[in-house]
Design a protein around this ligand. Structure first.
Ligand SMILES: CC(=O)N[C@H]1[C@@H](OP(=O)(O)OP(=O)(O)OC[C@H]2O[C@@H](n3ccc(=O)[nH]c3=O)[C@H](O)[C@@H]2O)O[C@H](CO)[C@H](O)[C@@H]1O
Ligand SMILES: [Mn+2]
Length: 311
């Protein structure tokens, strides 16, 4: 599998107004819903690897759905989703809504640099393509974003920008996302769980995993697809998450929601200084537009799995 493009937005602080956005190899998954309705859908969209396009999920409880999801994952991956197709819209809409008026660098992580589209950028904004290796499993692509971000933070981002905003690439901006999100360390409420009790959060529940969170702990369920903060804070976060993944792998376990599970574990014990509402990670196709949401700012782009895979 190749052709990944998770995005990270790396943003400069209000002082120097430089902002950056990067994209990792492969994207992160992002789906959001309520109760098991959300999970059911999530299991369908799940990891579009391969030939599976939909799975009928009836009246199952959360854990049954998770189990089903794993069965879906286990099916042969015949085709390869090519997340680079999401990049153009991501960049175009970021130019319209993301940190407008500020300096921004879009860091795009990809194994296919030649396919990065030419998108006109405003004054003070630029794109940097960072070529990275690919992984055959989509889960590895998503998870290794943590490693890539920590790696480049240490060698490059720390010297170039003040803030990093890390984002999935299969999304678009549809309303204002500006400096109001900036803080030393911020996370975003996952749209599928912002009204759920902590017991219902899909944290990793197996004690053997480094992402384990007991049922009587937890503040929020954070989305894997939009987090950030100062470069040094994001460096610590991504490095810790990557190390936890490496340890889990050595112990033969992988957290249930991959990088998102490790992110949630980290943010439980390293409290974010700002928590964004689900306006900053939404999926209108799945969740509609509840009146409590004033604006939908950063939203999922419906995936045509078949088209992506056959490209
Ligand atoms: C919005 C949101 O909270 N999304 C999270 C959710 O994923 P999603 O279901 O949104 O997963 P996804 O398919 O978007 O994959 C995650 C990201 O990895 C990259 N990618 C992935 C596969 C691939 O073949 N090529 C590629 O480039 C790409 O940037 C993509 O956006 O759960 C994932 C872990 O399970 C990650 O935590 C995602 O951040
Ligand atoms: Mn996604």
């Amino acid at each position: 599998m190749c052709n990944c493009i998770p995005c990270c937005c790396f943003l400069g602080n209000p002082k120097c107004y430089s902002l950056h956005l990067g994209i990792l190899p492969f994207t992160v998954l992002l789906l959001v819903f309520f109760g098991y309705g959300f999970l059911s859908h999530r299991s369908q969209e799940l990891r579009d690897p391969g030939a599976v396009t939909s799975v009928a999920v009836g009246e199952l409880d959360v854990w049954e759905v998770v189990a089903l999801s794993r069965m879906v994952y286990a099916q042969p991956k015949v085709l390869t989703p090519r997340y680079v197709v999401f990049l153009k819209l991501f960049l175009e809409t970021a130019e319209q809504h993301f940190m407008v008026g500020h300096k921004v660098i879009y860091y795009v992580f990809t194994d296919r640099p030649a396919e990065v589209p030419q998108v006109p950028l405003g004054a003070g904004r630029k794109l940097a393509v960072l070529t990275v290796r690919n992984y055959s499993r989509w889960q590895d692509v998503s998870m290794h974003r943590m490693e890539m971000i920590s790696h480049f933070s240490e060698r490059r981002f720390l010297h170039e920008v003040d803030y990093l905003v890390c984002a999935d690439v299969d999304m678009k901006f549809r309303d204002h996302v500006g400096v109001e999100i900036l803080s030393a360390l911020f996370g975003t409420l996952h749209p599928g769980f912002y009204r759920s009790s902590r017991e219902a959060f899909t944290y990793e529940r197996r004690p053997k995993s480094r992402a384990y969170i007991p049922r009587d702990e937890g503040d929020f369920y954070y989305a894997g697809g939009f987090f950030g903060g100062s470069v040094v804070e994001v460096y610590h976060l991504t490095k810790a998450c990557h190390q936890a993944m490496v340890e889990d792998k050595a112990n033969g376990i992988e957290a249930v929601w991959h990088d998102e599970s490790y992110l949630n574990k980290y943010l439980l014990y390293h409290k974010p200084t700002k928590v964004l509402s689900p306006e900053y990670v939404w999926d209108q196709k799945l969740l509609g537009w509840p009146s409590v949401m004033r604006k939908l700012r950063y939203v999922a782009v419906p995936k045509n799995h078949q088209a992506i895979r056959n490209r």
